[in-house]
Design a protein around this ligand. Structure first.
Ligand code: GRF
Length: 221
């Protein structure tokens, strides 16, 4: 248990679709060396393939469809109650396509991670692969960061970086970036689960040292 009264090893994963990042977390946990345990998967889409992955792994699933709630705050409150009911310590947003309101983010401050397909602060939001190509950036990648009320703007923990090739397309970039997501997301979540990663005044701390810059994992050059 942490000082906050939660167990950082109990991990919830929020998804909306394919769930390849969820799978990377489930696979990491299967090996026995990863310190966390995925206890709950929440989706806002009943048809999300990631729910099937969770069921196959014997993990509890909950679907919260936006249409069943009158507004965002009611949705967020139900989501927060679900997470608390399952006693999770860490909440990982892995392709969850809803924006969470400030109250919900604050309810789990310092306990929510997101994986985003760009080298933040470049390209917050959607269509990151297209935008990288349009901008002519030499590098692209993915970022795992703590979630704050600022969309894709929370403190960065670790990035995966690849060079953009002359013949890259949004599809080729997406595939290569996802490979990296599957490395950095289990790594960061594992640090949190092991009690090694925390957030203090909006600065991530790893093993007690402030991460003033994100750690970088380089993909193929
Ligand atoms: C990932 O690229 C992630 O960065 C973004 O949504 C995608 C989810 O993919 N936030 P998956 O559902 O984990 O396969």
């Amino acid at each position: 248990m942490s000082g906050g009264g939660y167990d950082p090893r109990r991990v919830a994963v929020l998804i909306s679709g394919f769930g390849s990042n969820l799978q990377a977390l489930l696979d990491a946990a299967k090996g026995g060396e990863w310190p966390g345990q995925v206890c709950l998967v929440v989706s806002d889409q009943a048809q999300a393939y990631g729910l099937e992955r969770a069921r196959r792994a014997g993990v509890a699933t909950v679907t919260l469809a936006a249409a069943d709630f009158p507004d965002r705050s009611a949705y967020d409150a139900a989501l927060g109650d679900t997470l608390e009911a399952h006693n999770v310590g860490l909440i990982v947003l892995a392709g969850f396509m809803r924006i969470l309101g400030e109250a919900c983010v604050n309810r789990f401050a310092g306990r929510m991670l997101n994986v985003h397909p760009s080298l933040l602060p470049r390209f917050r939001g959607l269509r990151t692969h297209e935008r990288v190509l349009e901008a002519g950036d030499p590098h692209h990648g993915a970022t795992v960061h703590f979630v704050t009320a600022e969309l894709d703007g929370g403190p960065r923990i670790i990035q995966y970086r690849i060079p953009v090739r002359a013949d890259d397309t949004p599809e080729s970039l997406s595939a290569r970036v996802q490979e990296g997501e599957h490395i950095i997301l289990p790594r960061a979540a594992g640090w949190f689960a092991a009690g090694r990663l925390t957030m203090n005044r909006d600065i991530p701390q790893l093993d007690g040292q402030p991460l003033t810059k994100p750690l970088v994992v380089k993909g193929e050059e």
